[in-house]
Write a protein that binds this ligand. Structure first.
Ligand code: NAP
Length: 513
């Protein structure tokens, strides 16, 4: 029997070239939703290109997926962690084998340029290998008891069934950040990806299925976040939730989970900033600003949407930044010469253009871009020109609210203290950076910047999976993603503390010393 026939693949190719039929993955089988309804996943660089026709789930599908995860939990939690790790290692190998095709798929479904699509897949591979290795660690502590003939230790135990909800901007990496650590810790999972990147999500799950994950351990459901996502988060069979997406959605889900005493981790938006000091290497800072502002078309939670420049180098920086940004080529990310791809969908496209109008009306000076591109190979997609505002006041809406597109604000600062205050005075606190040659300046910035991540002489983007990732204030709540101890392992496991008394008599701590 061919793999497709025995239900091991996410979808069958439709008659039209390249369009996939994407199903849910429940209890080890690829299945249509109960209703049989579907929706489409579209290439944002060419809206005539339908990447997938996707099962639109309802509550019954979620119920089924949660039941499958509950059933699988009993066996999976008792599967030795090194063996769980071997399966994850195989999944990472499969992702590596398919890296090229997955990277291309990411570009087609999400729009990021191919080198970034490949980087996104690599991040999931890295996380797979990292968490596979954790299968042979997952260490706790043994410490001496104050009493004789007694030992004590802390051990990590799984939480149960995790509901995982992911955004579209890292369609394989973010599922990797969540699924690999959740599984290594012995949890089972119901995963609901963004409706904009369902095909990537299905291919990621396919790799884990092919690696030999037992049925029910990882379940995938597609459908509208407000319906199936929210139902999943509040489902009585779910023990904990990990969400990445916008602040509005995350805050709503925190409220739901708070009311039912359910653990939730949220990673949300950002209004990240680069500080450029008067002693900075300006060419390096410009490179960092261009990459931070326009990489992934500005659609990274860590994108540099504000550049805060010391007054002494303000004009000089702007004079270098504008030509560097204007050299960026907009287009389909599969074409080699493209630097900046489309934005994800019509609603983001309209939102970004609205913010550009807001910036103009607020009195910021538009010196580059500022409009949609509908020429040449941009004619069929959601393209917006790299857009640069200067003379932006820190309190303007374009300097305070997350735009999530290729729009950057340059703000003048008097000195280091002023720059740090400007960076800190937004509701968000995800990533920041400073360009300076002075070690003392960098130390003060490192101490005083109120963000979860700080970069020195590098842009606001580029986190690596070995360290915890996440923000403060409106950027994140609860424990962190990525990293090991202090990061993802703490998020996806609970501590259990065990005291064993082998003295054969009553021994009272703090009393019988
Ligand atoms: P979003 O609209 O909040 O959606 C995120 C996910 O939540 C999607 O899967 C969505 O499903 C689902 N969802 C929407 N409403 C829901 C509800 N009421 N209950 C349960 N689930 C719901 O965010 P997005 O537009 O996909 O992503 C962009 C945002 O993510 C930005 O703010 C960005 O900064 C943030 N982000 C943060 C990080 C980080 O690590 N801090 C990383 C990446 C992105 P549907 O797609 O079906 O609506």
């Amino acid at each position: 029997m061919r793999i497709a026939e025995c239900g091991l693949r996410s979808g069958e190719k439709e008659a039209k070239e390249g369009m996939e039929r994407i199903k849910n993955y429940i209890d080890g089988r690829w299945v249509d939703s109960r209703s049989g309804e579907t929706f489409r996943s579209i290439n944002p660089a060419n809206i005539d290109d339908v990447v997938g026709v996707v099962s639109r789930s309802g509550r019954e599908d979620v119920d089924q997926a949660v039941r499958a995860a509950q059933r699988a939990y009993e066996e999976w939690r008792l599967t030795p962690a090194p063996h769980r790790g071997e399966i994850l290692f195989r999944a990472a190998e499969i992702l590596l084998r398919n890296k090229e095709s997955l990277g291309k798929l990411e570009t087609r479904e999400m729009g990021k340029i191919l080198s970034e699509g490949l980087g996104d897949v690599q991040e999931a591979i890295d996380m797979g290998y990292y968490m596979a290795g954790e299968g042979r660690r997952l260490s706790g502590e043994t410490v001496p008891s104050e009493l004789p003939n007694k030992d004590m230790k802390s051990v990590r135990v799984p939480v149960g069934v995790f509901g995982l909800i992911t955004p579209w901007n890292f369609p394989i990496a973010i599922p990797g950040w969540k699924v690999f650590p959740a599984l290594i810790c012995g949890n089972t999972v119901v995963f609901k990806p963004s409706s904009d990147t369902t095909v990537c999500a299905a291919k990621f799950v396919e790799a884990l299925a092919e690696a030999g994950l037992p049925k029910g351990v990882l379940n995938l459901i597609h459908g509208p976040g407000g319906e199936v996502g929210e139902y999943l988060v509040s489902h009585p069979g779910v023990d904990a939730v990990s969400f990445t997406g916008s602040f509005d959605t995350g805050k709503r889900l925190e409220g739901i989970c708070g009311a039912i005493h359910r653990m939730i981790v949220t990673e949300m938006g950002g209004k990240n900033a680069i500080i450029v000091m008067d002693d900075a290497d300006l060419d390096l800072a410009v490179d960092g600003a261009v990459w931070g502002a326009f990489g992934t078309t500005g659609q990274r939670c860590t994108a540099a949407s504000r550049i805060v420049v010391h007054r002494k180098v303000y004009r000089k920086f702007a004079e270098k930044f504008k030509p560097a940004a204007s050299r960026l080529k907009l287009g389909d990310g599969l074409q080699k010469e493209t630097d900046v791809g489309p934005v994800i969908n019509e609603s983001q496209f309209n939102k970004i253009l609205r913010y550009i109008e807001i910036g103009k009306n607020e009195g910021a000076k538009l010196i580059l871009g500022g409009k949609a591109c509908r020429k040449g190979n941009c004619s069929k997609g959601y393209f917006i020109e790299p857009t640069l505002f200067i003379d932006v006041a820190p309190e303007m809406r374009i300097a305070q609210e997350e735009i999530f597109g290729p729009v950057v604000s340059v703000i003048k600062a008097e000195d280091l203290e002023d720059a740090v205050q400007i960076v800190n005075r937004t509701p968000y606190g995800l990533s920041s950076s400073i360009y300076t040659q002075n070690v003392n300046t960098s130390a003060i910035a490192e101490r005083d910047l109120e963000t979860g991540i700080v970069y020195i002489n590098a842009s606001t983007i580029g986190a690596e999976i070995q360290l915890p990732f996440g923000g403060i204030k409106h950027s994140g709540y609860g424990r962190k993603e990525a990293g090991g101890r202090g990061g993802a392992l703490d998020t996806y496991s609970r501590w259990k503390v065990i005291y064993r008394d082998f003295s054969g008599r009553l021994q009272r701590a703090q009393i019988d010393k």
